[in-house]
Design a protein around this ligand. Structure first.
Ligand code: FES
Length: 189
């Protein structure tokens, strides 16, 4: 019979074997103390007090950081890892896995175009090509003047009225050339 000694990924270096001599891999990882950047220190202190330091609270921590700063700065990753006793790689992996976490500040306006199947079947690809050209920014980027970010989103639950977008968090449906032009005027204003 195959027996798998499974350990959760976020094991924080906790020894798996509780008796006998510990191998090198089982020893707790000793990490140098992480000094929070003064910009982040008050936020980190507040999150410790309000959300606690259980490693299972990583997602609420990251959402709170993004809500406060608008994005998750690379410099706060080691601080969060230290507070929750996770590795930097664990925190970095979560930040980069979820599309909703930003690693750069967003533009003043955020246009999110639906790229899921139903919207694509309703002309979403052509709308995206036109949006890229008229906004002057590639998908997944923020325009150099900081006015607008163009991002993909994968289904807004409004499939019957596609192609759809979210503009600054508000849904816009049945996008055609005329509606796209109005939307672009709105974000360029
Ligand atoms: S596919 Fe676009 S809203 Fe569902």
């Amino acid at each position: 019979m195959l027996i798998i000694d499974w350990k959760p990924r976020f094991d924080g270096g906790v020894p798996a074997r509780q008796s006998g001599r510990m191998g090198r891999k089982d020893r707790p990882i000793e990490r140098p103390a992480v000094q929070a950047d003064p910009i982040f220190a008050p936020t980190v202190d507040r999150l410790k007090a309000t959300l606690g330091v259980d490693r299972g609270m990583l997602l609420p921590w990251l959402h709170a950081v993004q809500a406060e700063f608008g994005y998750i700065d690379d410099r706060i990753v080691p601080v969060v890892a230290d507070a929750l006793n996770l590795s930097r790689a664990d925190v970095h992996g979560v930040v980069t896995f979820y599309h909703d976490f930003r690693r750069q500040p967003a533009g003043r306006h955020v246009v999110r175009l639906c790229r899921a199947e139903s919207c694509q079947a309703r002309g979403g690809k052509a709308i995206e090509r036109a949006a890229v050209q008229k906004l002057g920014v590639a998908m997944g980027n923020t325009r150099a003047d900081g006015q607008v970010s163009l991002e993909p989103v994968y289904c807004l639950g409004l499939c019957a009225t596609g192609p759809n977008a979210l503009v600054d968090g508000m849904p816009v449906s049945r996008i055609d050339a005329a509606r796209l032009d109005r939307l672009i005027d709105q974000v360029n204003a």
